[in-house]
Design a protein around this ligand. Sequence first.
Ligand code: ATP
Length: 255
Amino acid sequence: MLVVEDLTARYGPIEALRSASLRVGAGEIVAVLGPNGAGKTTMLAAIMGLIKPVSGRVLLQGRDITRQDPERVVRLGVSLVPEHRRIFKNLTVRENLRLGAAARRGGPWDADLGGLLELFPILAERMGQLAGFLSGGEAQQLAIARALMGAPRLLLLDEPSLGLAPRLVESLFELIAGMRARGFTILLVEQNAYQALEIADRAYVLSNGRIQVEAPAEVLRDEEELMRAYVGTGGGQAAGGATAERGAGDRRAAP
Ligand code: ATP
């Protein structure tokens, strides 16, 4: 579905991505893990065409989309759920979803809405409510549902668990796993490494703009030292099963 080859991106003198490569197969959930400032958002921005990499390539189903305008990348089938959600708080849930369908080709905007809302039953109950009144977890669901309204081939999720209570993080990750069961392809950027590895097929560890490790998620789950060194959190065993204690407080722990 997606191939990123040797991508280098800069903000003036700051090299935020350094020859970073990754790939996402159709139907996979691939996680990019890394601490604050590792270059995760920059990776997504470069894929979307929001920033123009200085070198390297981005291929979507074999088609070179490097440095395309974001509007075109969206029309080619890539949707981004940005960090902090960025839903329209003064619009209703329904209006937010309708805006998400703007990039759809053909058919009424709400053709697939019924099927989509099976994944997001809470939104079905809140269609007429202003999005500003949603809880954090509901707002994140709306941001994801809005992105899916464009019927993307590839969904990019930027730190979807950010700011959510541990219990909500758990159900959000279950939801994302459910999306894979429905055939969606997902590139998931997360600091919340432990839970991302629970649902991902494969993962990359990004640090200082470089991909340091690529491995199946189940392998990385057991690499406690490595995960602690790069991401600031251990794998499943290091958590001792105490998911509830892995709250927002230690999300920002630097290596
Ligand atoms: P976070 O979890 O904080 O979003 P991240 O892994 O997504 O971290 P990026 O946001 O991609 O990291 O940032 C990578 C590097 O680029 C950091 O050093 C950051 O300070 C720098 N950077 C990001 N955006 C800009 C910008 N608009 N201008 C200048 N430097 C930037």
